[in-house]
Ligand binder design. Structure first.
Ligand SMILES: [Zn+2]
Length: 372
């Protein structure tokens, strides 16, 4: 199957029935045939756990005890995301090489195969953790980073995010789809191979719900989209703009809460990644790579070398079934690093009551990112 811009998609299945999908670059050198079967004796696939409602806050919490057994920082020659080669542990990916590959997580927080709920009282509500968790490998090169990918490869990843957002949004229990990347040990990454994840949640997560409520109120009061007004005011002010193109602008938010935080938003009002046009996806590949390279030059070690910035990058898309008319797509990138070797911990105020304190002025973050 060929997607737009000649990116090829091939759907296959792993030994335990999980789906695995190859996305090939438009100028790929890989062969078309992908008939290599996964011969591992995997047994039954793991079920996800349950979700419990925190009666104090109204937030759902996924309880997934089985995830304690997942692969934790394996040596490079046992990486399950590298194509099978000399490694001792068979790879999750059967093909001898790949460009971009997406597959269902072996240890999912949310799954179509979810454990049944055992509790139901006014304070103890529980439901199956239905949904889906997928892994997205950006390259077969173990030592690469997203920022070192070619523009063409970044474009393939964008097409994979679009494809998966559409497919996961169509699942019966899914209310929100979140594509994200955790990069760096400081973020708690357990596999160093360059990869991201996609969570398809059976509920609207708290931050999404909070942003949606603000967007509804803004629209009711002004008739305009909150995200569009924020972008217009950032552009008019200019002090926090990092970079801008024909279709996208990156800025440090006015009330940034992390030591390094950037939002990247399209100029047109779109609810999610699938709504982007082909020219918008093309420029996104370019401006996102530029942004990641700026982040990697943000801090400099005493010996003059650049610090590989640990970061979380996540796509805030409109929920699947509500508020799409007031939601506006944006990417949020944030880092916990407040100086080389120094982490910002979410301590008493942030973890206890959600009272954020940022020691760095957002205008200074933007100025530094512009000069990198
Ligand atoms: Zn690897």
């Amino acid at each position: 199957m060929t997607l737009t811009t000649n990116i090829r998609k091939t759907v296959t299945e792993l030994a335990d029935g999980r789906q695995l999908i190859y996305f090939d670059d438009c100028e790929t050198s890989l062969a078309t045939a992908r008939d290599i079967r996964d011969e591992r004796p995997l047994g039954d696939r793991a079920a996800s756990g349950t979700m419990r409602l925190d009666a104090l806050t109204g937030d759902w919490v996924a309880i997934a005890g089985h995830r304690q057994n997942r692969t934790f920082k394996p040596p490079a020659d046992e990486c399950p995301l590298c194509p099978p080669g000399s490694g001792m542990v068979p790879s999750e990916i059967p093909a001898t090489d790949y460009d971009v590959v997406v597959f269902e997580n072996r240890f999912p927080s949310f799954s179509v195969k979810a454990s049944p709920a055992a509790h139901a009282s006014s304070c103890f509500q529980e439901r199956p953790a239905a949904g889906r968790c997928e892994v997205v490998c950006f390259t077969s090169d173990h030592s690469a980073h997203f920022s070192s990918l070619s523009k063409s490869r970044a474009r393939t990843v964008i097409e994979a995010w679009v494809d998966r957002t559409l497919a996961l949004s169509a699942l019966p229990d899914v209310e929100a789809v979140f594509c994200f990347e955790n990069r760096g040990q400081e973020i708690g990454v357990t596999l160093h191979h360059p990869h991201g994840q996609i969570y398809a949640y059976p509920y609207v997560p708290p931050r999404t719900a909070q942003v949606l409520a603000r967007a509804h109120a803004h629209h009711a009061g002004t008739g305009r989209l909150l995200g569009a007004d924020i972008l217009a005011q950032e552009l008019a002010d200019g002090a926090r703009i990092v970079s801008s193109g024909e279709h996208w602008t990156a800025y440090v938010p006015f009330a940034a809460r992390w030591p390094v935080e950037v939002h990247l938003t399209p100029h047109r009002d779109v609810p999610d990644l699938p709504a982007l046009t082909s020219p918008e996806r093309d420029e996104l590949a370019e401006i996102y790579l530029d942004l990641l390279r700026r982040l990697d030059g943000y801090y400099v070690n005493t010996d003059g070398s650049a610090v590989e910035l640990p970061y979380i990058a996540g796509w805030h898309q409109a929920p699947v079934r509500q508020g799409r008319e007031v939601s506006r797509l944006y990417l949020q990138i944030m880092s916990v690093l407040r100086a080389p070797g120094r982490l910002k911990y979410l301590a008493g105020s942030e973890s206890g009551v959600g009272g954020w304190v940022n020691d760095v002025a957002p205008e200074r973050i933007a100025a530094r990112l512009r000069e990198v």
